[in-house]
Design a protein around this ligand. Structure first.
Ligand code: NI
Length: 179
């Protein structure tokens, strides 16, 4: 079972670093995304356990802290340990690469991490396949669905239940793509 103390510590860190950020196209704080991903992870690993539940839950709460707030992976390591920092780094796109290569590069690095990190990426995309921001074009929606299929193909084997949930969400997202 995960530790509530570690959950709260990671949540507070994420809240400080993402302070003022909102969800795209919404007035909701960005933290809603992070806690939603954590909820998805926690349900998944309650039903189909992983070896290190804290690694999965803390990575869920911190998964965007490097990519979206400029926090250094070294700082995450000092505060939450090397395994969390490696997971968060793998879950972060490398801005030095061309845009078209960033997802596959991240997926390759996630696959070098323990299963707990794969689970976070599955849960992240499950949550991100809720209704898209209203201003996204049909083309953007289509490419987002296609990306989700690549995530599913690369990572679904890590967790049967979350893999299946992502598969369902990808199909359901078709209604936002309009085909
Ligand atoms: Ni995310």
């Amino acid at each position: 079972m995960w530790s509530p103390e570690k959950y709260v510590e990671a949540l507070q860190f994420a809240a400080d670093r993402h302070a003022g950020q909102k969800l795209p196209g919404s007035e909701r704080p960005y933290l809603v995304h992070l806690t939603s991903v954590a909820a998805e992870v926690m349900r998944g690993i309650a039903l189909d356990p992983v070896a290190d539940p804290d690694l999965a839950v803390v990575c869920a709460l911190l998964h965007d802290v490097v990519e979206d707030t400029g926090t250094a992976a070294a700082e995450v390591a000092a505060r939450f340990g090397d395994a969390v920092a490696r997971g968060v780094a793998a879950l972060s796109k490398d801005p030095g690469l061309p845009k078209g290569e960033q997802l596959d590069d991240s997926l390759r690095r996630i696959r070098e991490c323990p299963r707990e990190v794969w689970v976070v990426k599955l849960a992240d995309r499950i949550n991100n396949l809720e209704e898209p921001p209203h201003y996204w074009t049909a083309e953007k929606r289509r490419s987002y669905q296609e990306e989700a299929r690549r995530i599913h193909a690369a990572l679904a084997e890590a967790h049967e239940l979350l893999g299946a949930r992502l598969g369902e969400r990808i199909e359901r997202y078709g209604k936002f793509v309009g085909v």
